[in-house]
Design a protein around this ligand. Sequence first.
Ligand SMILES: Cc1ncc(COP(=O)(O)O)c(C=O)c1O
Length: 323
Amino acid sequence: MMYVMSDLRVELATFPTTVEPAPRLATAIGLGPDDLWIKRDDLTGLGGGGNKIRKLEWTVGAALAEGADTLVTTGAPQSNHARLTAAAGARLGLAVVLVLRGSPGVSRSGNLALDGLFGARIAWAGEVDQAGLDRAAAEVCEKLRGTGAKPALIPFGGSSALGARGYAHCGEELRGQLPDLRTAVVALGSGGTMAGLVASLGVEAVLGVDVGALPEPAAAVCEFAGLATPEGLRIRHDQVGAGYASLTAPTAEALTLAARTAGLVLDPTYTGRAMAGLIAAVRDGDIGPGERTVFVHTGGLPGLFGHGEGVAYAEGQVVEYRA
Ligand SMILES: Cc1ncc(COP(=O)(O)O)c(C=O)c1O
């Protein structure tokens, strides 16, 4: 094994990620110029980067320790987690099968095109719910075993108590980088990212913005962070809009604002919603001027190009120069 493993972790990413100030974005949303910092977890290195690599270091490390030769995971067609599982498999010389919701007819741009470049095979599960997706993944694992392969199932979104350890580590990086941090704002999908941050920073220091990936995201955060109750968790549910796959108006505005005041690219599903949640939190007083706030940029850029409405919105932002 050329990649170093310590405990169960296999090194895949570039750490620590940097934090950088965003003074123009801060003042545009009603904070002081020195209040808002960006944790660049979009720059974690492997496969286009993003939050999922921190979790994969642990879940893929465990798979290697079990002797797996094939990684199997589940997700939406534009899953960033699936794309980074494909990249991790390519780097480590493991086969990858991605069990994705939907059918071969969906757009193959964005994350799906990268899955193809990384050499992952796709198993389409049809329009199924979470239980159906899990069943389809179990069947794929069974069939792989029948051919003599040794599959390891990586959990949906990479989220488990083990995967969350990657984000507990991110929280420790943040404490060292911004000792007076009051709130870390992060997108909340399958829950592992927020859970890890909560485990290391405390419930009061993390604001999760629900993207609508799970019906009960607070329960997932509790499970992965080892909390007995959701009491004290700060979660906003006001940015889901018409659902996970939709582009909401506040998210669209957040995409343009972050791009034009910080040169920061957000995506329509996760980081755009998280930024819209931060803007709403400042508006309603949950976050105020004078408080050190960090926006955890969790990546997801390929998802912008795989999101029909998102691409159409971005194309509509093109401004003609007229002399
Ligand atoms: C870009 C991006 N940000 C944030 C998240 C949310 O992380 P989690 O699923 O750990 O809640 C995801 C999950 O898919 C993601 O792809």
